[in-house]
Design a protein around this ligand. Sequence first.
Ligand SMILES: N[C@@H](CCC(=O)N[C@@H](CS)C(=O)NCC(=O)O)C(=O)O
Length: 202
Amino acid sequence: MKIYDAATAPNPRRVRVFMAEKGIQVPYEPLDIVNAVNRGPEFRKKNPMAAVPVLELDDGTCIAESVAICRYFEETNPQPPLFGTDARNRAVVEMWNRRMEFALLSPITDAFRQHHDFFKGRIRQVPAYAEAQRLNAEDSLQWLESELANRHFIAGERFTIADITAMVAIDFGRVSKIAIKPDQKNLARWHAEVSSRPSAKA
Ligand SMILES: N[C@@H](CCC(=O)N[C@@H](CS)C(=O)NCC(=O)O)C(=O)O
């Protein structure tokens, strides 16, 4: 078993943080995404979406999509639960993780992808959309600031995958000048706490 990885990219980091929280050791194989090895025919056999991370199992099964990979390890190593604890809580965690993907990770990655040279020739770029998504991400941060006034973590009183998605998204925002503002005290409190967990270094 191994995970195809890229050190600087946000989605592979989501998986590394998740694995660190679980205490699971799996070999990582760095893929040269700078030189677009992920977009070549060999890697497309593993993931036709040409993206990392990809988990390759010993029987050759390749699982892409960060949340799918995390769910695999939640099943094989249930402790500590990072996708919720019972039917109600699992649904709440799912809701918040999807909100963090759609309202935060997506606009933050678009703010980079839609204008940066890294993606020139890889995807169709609309720089005006990059700016719109940067502003959308800032709106989402302001909304999250009010949400975090009422609870400790993104999905409640326990650390979950929703915190991993939000932390990784916000940290990646730095390259597009998207950041927690000085008056966003709840976000700053939450971000300092999740960043102080050993897993955040993954
Ligand atoms: N929805 C996928 C997104 C994967 C993705 O966008 N991976 C990026 C790194 S964060 C990538 O491989 N980028 C290189 C490229 O697109 O050429 C997931 O959750 O894993």
